[in-house]
Design a protein around this ligand. Structure first.
Ligand SMILES: Cc1cc2nc3c(=O)[nH]c(=O)nc-3n(C[C@H](O)[C@H](O)[C@H](O)COP(=O)(O)O)c2cc1C
Length: 359
């Protein structure tokens, strides 16, 4: 088998290396990180799901001031209807946490904004080269608009069935996310899979690659050149790395979060709904332990995310990693500290080249 780094994926996304930095909502993917990855020849992605539309526009312009290479903007495609019917019992779990952090959570009326239409409008107006989605496929009208604007679409999937649906709905690329992955499980229907589909990257990627015609990108626990080569052998045309970039020099992740990542092992993460109401993989901490011990079921997404926001913001202000969401994949022993995005991309490619004897 001849391993090639310049795959069809590279042609579609107009990138040199088959390496995507995952869009990670919540602040880690600064414009400097995204631009650094794209400048190095990969595809940087802005995790824009929780950003206000005008903040997305500003970030896009900041990326473009540094690089003219393609990049992606990542959004959630998900029902944003709130259900706060059990808020009082959830707040009874959050109250002692808030007290420890010097706040009284629950003082304000809560509401989760549904920003997708305005966010997507900014992506269209700014002619973003690639739009990537999590939790679902682009709505039909948005997919049509993206196509007419010449934008490429990537959709994250966690089962073969989701991959086939994404292809049918016009995705140019599917990102096959194994259960090793950090952050939210991309599973479309969490009512059917309450913990997210639980298929590891090594099992998922070849099965998806055998069934869809569009290029497949492997995600979940991939950190270095070994992971890239393994993914290509399994039938992927590229890789998407999230956790690896959280400790990059340009990462916007809170320094205490970065310390927790660097001090963690493959045994430290769990899939939990306690932060957002959707299953996501992160490092076990006191927030997770106390919520689990309460026996209270988290609210559905996005209401749980909104309800826990005050505690998480207070924890960030106090540099307290015990009450932050510490999203992480299962391969954190392979993290490096403080490398620049370009060095990470070059390092992965260099190791991959050496492994297959290509200089
Ligand atoms: C901190 C963090 C935040 C994430 N946020 C998003 C997101 O907003 N959108 C998305 O499509 N994927 C998100 N992901 C998942 C990534 O797309 C990817 O599937 C995952 O990082 C791959 O596993 P790895 O972390 O082991 O590399 C996130 C992952 C992490 C670690």
């Amino acid at each position: 088998m001849k391993i090639q780094f310049e795959t069809e994926l590279c042609n579609i996304l107009n990138i040199r290396y088959p390496l995507i930095q995952a869009g990670m909502a919540g602040g880690p993917t600064t414009p400097e990180l995204v631009a650094g990855v794209s400048r190095a020849g990969g595809l940087g992605s802005l995790g824009a799901a929780y950003m206000q539309p005008e903040a997305i526009r500003e970030a896009i312009r900041s990326i473009r001031r540094v690089t003219d290479r393609p990049f992606a903007v990542n959004l959630f495609v998900v029902d944003m209807k709130d259900d706060f019917s059990r808020l009082a019992e959830v707040q009874r779990v959050l109250a002692p946490m808030g007290e420890r952090l010097g706040i009284v959570p629950g003082g304000k009326e809560l509401h989760s904004p549904d920003l997708f239409v305005e966010q997507f409008q900014v992506l269209l107006e700014e002619k973003v080269p690639v739009v990537s989605t999590a939790f679902g496929t682009l709505p039909e009208d948005a997919a049509k608009e993206a196509r007419s604007a010449g934008m490429k679409v990537t959709t994250m999937v966690t089962t073969v069935e989701e991959a086939l649906l994404a292809e049918e709905k016009g995705a140019d690329v599917v990102i096959a996310q194994g259960s090793d992955a950090g952050g939210h499980r991309g599973t479309f229907d969490v009512a059917a899979h309450p913990s997210g589909a639980n298929i590891g990257t090594f099992s998922l990627v070849p099965q998806v690659a055998d069934r869809v015609k569009v290029p497949v990108v492997a995600a979940g626990g991939i950190m270095d050149g070994r992971g890239l080569i393994a993914a290509l052998v399994l039938g992927a045309q590229g890789v998407q790395l999230g956790t690896r970039f959280l400790t990059a020099a340009e990462s916007g992740a809170n320094p205490v979060y970065q310390r927790a990542l660097l001090g963690s092992t493959e045994e430290d993460t769990v899939v939990t709904k306690v932060f957002s109401g959707r299953p996501a993989r992160g490092i076990r901490n006191r927030f997770i332990e106390e919520f689990d011990a309460s026996g209270i079921e988290p609210l559905p997404f996005p209401s749980q995310n909104t309800a826990t926001g005050e505690v998480r913001r207070a924890a960030a202000a106090h540099n307290d990693a015990e009450y932050l969401s510490l999203w992480a994949g299962q391969a954190t022993r392979l993290l490096t500290e403080g490398e620049r995005a370009e060095e990470i991309v070059e390092g992965v490619m260099e190791e991959a080249r050496k492994l297959i004897g290509v200089e």
